[in-house]
Ligand binder design. Structure first.
Ligand SMILES: *[C@@H]1O[C@H](CO)[C@@H](O)[C@H](O)[C@H]1NC(C)=O
Ligand SMILES: *[C@@H]1O[C@H](CO)[C@@H](O)[C@H](O)[C@H]1NC(C)=O
Ligand SMILES: *[C@@H]1O[C@H](CO)[C@@H](O)[C@H](O)[C@H]1NC(C)=O
Ligand SMILES: *[C@@H]1O[C@H](CO)[C@@H](O)[C@H](O)[C@H]1NC(C)=O
Ligand SMILES: *[C@@H]1O[C@H](CO)[C@@H](O)[C@H](O)[C@H]1NC(C)=O
Length: 424
């Protein structure tokens, strides 16, 4: 398994290098890190708690100071090693207070199950030279819980100016805040993620994950501050979560299957997106995505599926279901964009190798801030198929134009939609 993971990282690393001539938003951080993936040795013996029972490691008893200034990195990493190194139900306690921290390496596998009880706030150091990759990185852990009313504050405001990704493809990527790699059966609940330097949460190679009652907040103009990105993961549920950021609220990347998003409010931001697809070699398919009972407020997109026209791989997105979605003043409420090209730095033409099929939009209502409430911009080479539009009633609120749908190369059917939108 460790070997498989290593091989995978190498492939991702290669894909990154091979595709470095293409354009757009960079991949999530772990796709380019190629770091040692061994996770054999158990962490150091714990100072407290008994084997087989339950116990806790409190960072304030390991030297952390909640004064917002003292570097508590070592106490946090030590507390993780202690909790992860013991059998039974272990808790890593982060009490009330503001704890300044550099990179946190919370690696497993753990002997028991670990709960991170976040009652206080962690502040990510703004000294970029301290980071090798991400800020809080949790890897190879089963049965993880992160809960509490505390905040993971990336303090991104002070470093966003260093982000040159809009100008340069191979830009230096700033640290993502909370990275979960190879985590199975995990729950993140109650916490707030604030002002990440790059993505707020990145879920990669995980299974059976629940994100519940989480708040994600960054300014609408902060660069690449995606809320939650999911890639190469299965059975991920995001529920009761409020996200307002400078990029996608949720993005569902290649290799995502069985993803359920319910009760999410998004705005500001770029919406709830599948993709982008086709940017890298060896991307895996996306299937069984359900987005239900969500609200989008003043976002640049509502529900979006995006893929590169000049794709680097053959990939399919299928069984995507959107239901009961309320749009408030959204610029592109429903959009399939198979000619996605952020910042206009991709080569325009190419054989599309991306397939988008079996997509249902049902009961989507509210207002659009542009005339085009529905845009199905599918490829002339591989048209979208099996697209169902059922009860779509999104109206342009302006007075200088009328509500319209632009549908290119899309096949399927519409029922019960506003007549201007019934383009299938
Ligand atoms: C993180 O910790 C694990 C296990 O202790 C170690 O193998 C790995 O090299 C560390 N990674 C980094 C980036 O420090
Ligand atoms: C999942 O994790 C929770 C919390 O650690 C644990 O109580 C539960 O038993 C785990 N479920 C499985 C199937 O391992
Ligand atoms: C997601 O929702 C679908 C449809 O409601 C359901 O069949 C499936 O079991 C759910 N998956 C998860 C991981 O909860
Ligand atoms: C349609 O979706 C809205 C939420 O956007 C919900 O309030 C309403 O009950 C749904 N209607 C039906 C018929 O399910
Ligand atoms: C109405 O909107 C469409 C699409 O955005 C645009 O092409 C057209 O020029 C607009 N018409 C007016 C009168 O503004």
């Amino acid at each position: 398994m460790a070997l498989g993971s290593n091989a995978m990282r190498v492939i991702f690393l290669l894909a990154m290098v091979v595709c470095a001539a293409h354009a757009g938003k960079p991949a999530p951080k772990e796709k380019e890190k190629g770091k040692d993936d061994k996770s054999g040795g158990a962490p150091a013996e714990a100072p407290s708690g008994s084997a087989g029972g339950s116990g806790s490691s409190d960072i304030s008893k390991l030297g952390a100071k909640g004064d917002g200034k003292t570097d508590s990195t070592k106490a946090l990493n030590d507390a993780w090693s202690a909790a992860c190194g013991k059998e039974g139900a272990q808790t890593l306690m982060i009490p009330k207070g503001d704890y300044l921290a550099g990179p946190l390496n919370f690696s497993g596998p753990c002997k028991g199950s670990v709960t991170i009880q976040l009652d206080g706030n962690l502040l990510g150091t703004t000294d970029l030279s301290q980071y090798k990759g991400n800020w809080i990185e949790i890897e190879h852990v089963d049965n993880l819980v992160i809960t509490g009313k505390g905040t993971l504050d990336g303090q991104g405001k002070q470093v966003w100016d260093n982000n040159k990704c809009a100008q340069k493809y191979d830009c230096k990527i700033l640290p993502n805040s909370l990275v979960l790699d190879y985590v199975n059966n995990g729950t993140v609940s109650g916490i707030t993620l604030l002002n990440a330097k790059f993505f707020h949460m990145n879920i990669f190679q995980c299974k059976d994950m629940t994100i519940k009652d989480v708040t994600v907040t960054a300014p609408g103009d902060s660069p690449n501050t995606d809320g939650i990105h999911i890639g190469d993961s299965s059975k991920v549920t995001i529920t009761g979560t409020t996200i307002g950021v400078g990029d996608d609220c949720i993005s569902i990347g290649p290799g995502s299957t069985g993803i359920n998003i319910t009760g999410v409010t998004c705005g500001p931001g770029h919406g709830i997106s599948v993709g982008s697809l086709g940017r890298y070699k060896d991307e895996k398919d996306v299937t069984d995505i359900n987005v239900k009972d969500c609200t989008l407020k003043k976002t640049s997109n509502g529900v979006r599926i995006k893929s590169y026209e000049d794709a680097a791989c053959v990939v399919t997105a299928s069984k995507l279901h959107y239901e009961n979605i309320a749009m408030e003043d959204v610029a592109n409420p429903i959009i399939i964009d198979m000619k996605y090209c952020p910042n206009k730095i991709c080569t325009a033409k190419g054989d599309s190798k991306v397939t988008i099929k079996d997509v249902t939009f049902k009961n989507i209502t509210g207002t659009s801030s542009t005339p085009e409430a529905v845009s199905l911009l599918c490829s002339d080479k591989i048209p979208c198929s099996g697209v169902t539009m059922d009860n779509i009633k999104v109206e342009y609120k302006g007075t200088n134009n009328k509500t319209m749908a632009v549908c290119n190369n899309a096949k399927g059917s519409s029922t019960g939609c506003l007549k201007e939108l019934a383009c299938l």
